[in-house]
Design a protein around this ligand. Structure first.
Ligand SMILES: *Cc1c(COP(=O)(O)O)cnc(C)c1O
Length: 469
C-alpha cells in the first residue's frame, strides 16, 4: 500500500473527527454564511506527484475551497426549489459513503442492499399515501426520474402498435400532450429521441392559473382520433405551485388510451399534510410519478425517485435491461435495479431518506410542509402591504412569485434582484410569468423561521431604496 494511504488508514479516527469539526463549523454558522459569493479560485491547480494525505487536503479545502461555498442548505436560500439537509439525512448520506454498497439486488451473493431501497420506497408510499401498486427506485434528481418514467412511457407507446422502440429505435411520431411542463421534461424529450419540439401544448385554465384546461385537453385528445398518447401533468408548477386536476384526468383515463405521467417533484409532498392533500386527489391513478427528495424532504443532493405502476414492469425492463438476453421468469424474483433504470453501478441513495423518515416520521414532515407554506403566506402578506411590490399569482403552496409594482418598473426587476442577491443575506431566482418579469421565492428549507422572513423583508426594502424606486 502507498505510504500516504497507509498513514491515512492508521489515522482514520483523527481524520474523520477533523471532517466532523469542519462540518460543524459550517452547519453551526449557516445563518451567517452568505447566500452568494464573489470568491473565486484559479481552477488550474497542478496535481502533486506525491499526495499530501487527507489532513493536508482538508486544510487546503478549508482555506481555498470552503470560501466558495454558499449557504444553500441555509434558511434564506429561496432560489430554485432548494431543500436543506436535516441531521438524520446527513447521517444517512455519510453512512451511504462509508458502507459504499453497489445497490442492485434484493437476493444475491455479493450484496442485498436493494432491500433497504425497497423498504425506503415502501415508507415513502406510506408517507405520501400512495398504493403499493407502484414500484420505485432512486435516481439523482427529478430530471432523471422524468427520464426514467418517460422512457417507459415511450416503450409503452411503441407497444400499442406492436413495436419495441428500445430495440428498433423510434419509428413513428410519439404524441405528447402537456400544459405547463417543467423544462426538465422537455430536456427529457430531447434525451429520449422524441424531440424537444415534439409536443402539443394544451391551454391552461383561464385567469391566473398554470393548470391544464380539461376541456382543451379533451379536444386535443379527440383530435388524435383514438391514437395513443402520453400526458405529462404537473403537481406543483415552479412559478405558482399550481396543480392539474387529477380527478378530472382520472375520468379521462377511463375514456381514452394514454400513459399518464405526473411531475410532482416538490408538489407531491402536499399529500403529507391534511391541509393540502386535496391538491393531489386522484394522483394514484397515474402510470408514473416523479418526486424529488433533495427539495422538500430536505435530504442532501442527489436524491429523487420514480414511481411506476408494477403492471408496467415488463415495459420498464425492455427499456432499461442491461443485456439483450430475454428476461425470463418473474422479474421481481430476481429483481435487479440495473435492469429498470438508467444507471448500472449506483450508491445506496435511499439511505439518507430512510434515516429521515425513521427519525422524523409523518408528523415531522407534515410540520415542515405546513411551516413552509405558512412562511410563504406570511412573506406574501408582507409584500402585499408594501405598495412597491405586487404578487404575480396567488399563494397556493410554498412558492411566491412577485415583482416590482407597475409596468414602468419591469426593466428594473433584474437589477433589483441582482442587487438583492449580491448582499448575500437571501437568494431568489428570476422568472417570467404571463409575460412579466418576476422573482421567485420558494420555501422548502426546514430551518427557515419567522425571523428569517423579517430579515428578508428588511433586505428587500433596503434594496428598493438603493435602487431609488
Ligand atoms: C426541480 C424540478 C425538476 C427538476 O429536478 P432536478 O432534481 O433538478 O433534476 C423537475 N420538475 C419540477 C416540477 C421541479 O420542481
Amino acid at each position: 500500500m502507498n505510504a500516504i494511504l497507509q498513514h491515512d488508514l492508521n489515522d482514520l479516527e483523527n481524520i474523520l473527527n477533523q471532517a466532523k469539526h469542519q462540518s460543524l463549523d459550517f452547519l453551526n454558522d449557516l445563518e451567517n454564511i452568505p447566500t452568494s459569493t464573489n470568491n473565486t479560485i484559479d481552477p488550474t491547480r497542478h496535481l502533486d506527484e506525491e499526495g499530501l494525505g487527507s489532513l493536508a487536503a482538508l486544510k487546503e479545502f478549508k482555506e481555498r475551497l470552503a470560501p466558495l461555498m454558499v449557504a444553500s442548505p441555509g434558511p434564506r436560500y429561496l432560489g430554485f426549489v432548494t431543500g436543506g439537509s436535516t441531521p438524520a439525512s446527513i447521517v444517512g448520506d455519510w453512512l451511504a459513503s462509508v458502507y459504499d454498497q453497489n445497490t442492485q439486488a434484493i437476493k444475491a451473493q455479493g450484496g442485498v442492499s436493494a432491500l433497504i431501497e425497497f423498504e425506503t420506497i415502501n415508507l415513502l408510499l406510506q408517507l405520501l399515501d400512495l398504493p403499493k401498486s407502484f414500484l420505485g427506485g432512486f435516481v439523482t434528481g427529478a430530471t432523471m426520474s422524468n427520464f426514467t418514467c418517460l422512457g417507459v412511457a415511450r416503450q409503452w407507446f411503441g407497444a400499442q402498435s406492436g413495436k419495441d422502440f428500445a430495440k428498433t429505435g423510434i419509428t413513428e411520431t410519439i404524441n405528447i400532450l402537456t400544459a405547463t411542463p417543467h423544462s426538465s421534461s422537455i430536456k427529457t424529450l430531447a434525451m429520449l429521441g422524441i424531440g424537444s419540439n415534439n409536443y402539443t401544448t394544451i391551454k391552461t385554465i383561464e385567469g391566473n392559473r398554470e393548470a391544464v384546461d380539461i376541456d382543451d385537453l379533451e379536444k386535443n385528445i379527440q383530435n388524435l382520433n383514438g391514437k395513443p398518447f402520453i400526458l405529462i401533468s404537473s403537481a406543483g408548477t415552479v412559478n405558482t405551485a399550481d396543480f392539474d386536476d387529477f380527478i378530472a384526468i382520472s375520468k379521462l383515463k377511463e375514456k381514452y388510451h394514454f400513459w399518464w405521467h405526473i411531475d410532482a417533484a416538490f408538489g407531491g409532498f402536499a399529500s403529507v399534510s391534511e391541509k393540502f392533500k386535496h391538491l393531489v386527489n386522484g394522483w394514484e391513478g397515474a402510470d408514473s410519478i416523479t418526486i424529488d427528495c433533495h427539495k422538500w424532504l430536505n435530504v442532501p443532493y442527489e436524491s429523487a425517485f420514480y414511481l411506476i405502476k408494477e403492471k408496467h414492469v415488463h415495459l420498464q425492463i425492455e427499456t432499461f435491461q442491461n443485456s439483450n438476453a430475454p428476461y425470463l421468469g418473474n422479474p421481481l424474483e430476481n429483481f435487479n435495479y440495473l435492469n429498470v433504470l438508467p444507471e448500472n453501478s449506483r450508491r445506496l441513495r435511499a439511505l439518507p431518506v430512510w434515516f429521515s423518515l425513521i427519525a422524523y416520521g409523518k408528523e415531522g414532515f407534515a410540520d415542515i410542509i405546513e411551516k413552509s407554506t405558512a412562511l410563504a403566506l406570511h412573506f406574501a402578506n408582507e409584500l402585499i402591504e408594501d405598495d412597491r411590490f405586487e404578487l404575480l399569482a396567488p399563494i397556493r403552496l410554498n412558492n411566491v412569485c412577485f415583482t416590482l409594482k407597475g409596468d414602468h418598473n419591469q426593466d428594473k426587476v433584474s437589477q433589483f434582484l441582482s442587487l438583492l442577491n449580491d448582499k448575500g443575506k437571501v437568494f431568489m431566482t428570476p422568472t417570467v410569468y404571463q409575460n412579466r418579469k418576476g422573482i421567485r421565492a420558494s420555501f422548502v428549507n426546514w430551518r427557515t423561521s419567522e425571523t428569517d422572513i423579517k430579515i428578508i423583508i428588511e433586505e428587500l426594502k433596503e434594496t428598493i431604496l438603493d435602487l431609488e424606486i
